[in-house]
Design a protein around this ligand. Structure first.
Ligand code: ADP
Ligand code: C5P
Ligand code: MG
Length: 206
């Protein structure tokens, strides 16, 4: 059968806005019919630096990501090829040893704070979503999540938020809202989620 180009849906938004939750709900619904790529898995490896220095890096600037590798992988998936996706360990601030085999599919969800930033990535996206939430809600959610799931303490989260996360959000994440086709307030049963869900169902049926 002739290979059909996948539809790629970008899901962007600030830290703690609910991007991963939005993406995971779609994955739960469509299971293996959709492929998920987390931009966070493309954070650069920093084996050359000790933990104490990796901890202080700016992880909210576009250069923190290995965008060339992501672009190569997206092109491979578009060509119907399988990729070995890197994985990331937030608690060590470094890329993990394991890779994840990802098969090409009809629908790819690409999720991350900056997936709408680079024009080369944007050009590959068929639908662009920006998940929105107030900054106070986002930082509160991040504190709860990072202490539970990413091995962080509150002092460190607050310090990182003020020195890099917040200023980079203003410079690089927030402006990409302008590129979005759909802006959603990340509610659990919102209209935007239904629209994306219906669109995916339609693509899978076609
Ligand atoms: P992101 O990937 O955008 O940083 P997550 O999806 O990881 O955000 O959400 C951050 C935290 O906030 C998680 O613990 C998640 O359970 C919670 N969360 C996500 N969306 C909502 C929402 N609409 N209402 C309340 N809490 C939410
Ligand atoms: O899921 P979320 O969108 O919050 O993931 C992106 C965030 O992860 C960025 O805001 C970045 O500050 C954070 N991050 C981190 N430590 C790393 C890598 C990313 O705190 N080592
Ligand atoms: Mg996330």
């Amino acid at each position: 059968m002739k290979h059909r180009m996948p539809v790629i849906i970008g899901i962007a938004g600030g830290t703690g806005s609910g991007k991963s939750t939005f993406t995971n709900r779609l994955k739960d619904e469509f299971k293996d019919q959709v492929t998920v790529i987390y931009h966070d898995n493309y954070y650069r490896a920093h084996d050359e630096l000790p933990f104490e220095e990796r901890k202080l890096l700016n992880y909210d600037h576009p250069d923190a990501f290995e965008t060339e590798l992501l672009l190569r992988h997206l092109e491979l998936l578009k060509a119907g090829k399988t990729i070995e996706c890197p994985t990331y360990d937030y608690s060590r601030h470094n890329r993990a040893k394991e890779t994840m085999r990802i098969e090409p599919g009809r629908v790819i969800l690409l999720e991350g704070i900056l997936v709408l930033f680079d024009s080369r990535i944007r050009d590959l996206l068929d639908i662009k979503v920006f998940v929105d939430a107030d900054a106070d809600e986002r930082i509160l959610r991040r504190i709860l999540r990072d202490t539970k799931e990413r091995g962080r303490d509150v002092e460190n989260i607050v310090d990182q938020y003020l020195t890099t996360v917040k200023p980079m959000h203003g410079l690089y994440v927030e402006p990409t809202r302008a590129f979005a086709d759909i802006i959603t307030n990340s509610g659990m049963n919102d209209v935007a989620f239904d629209l994306v869900r219906c669109k995916i169902r339609e693509i899978l049926k076609a």
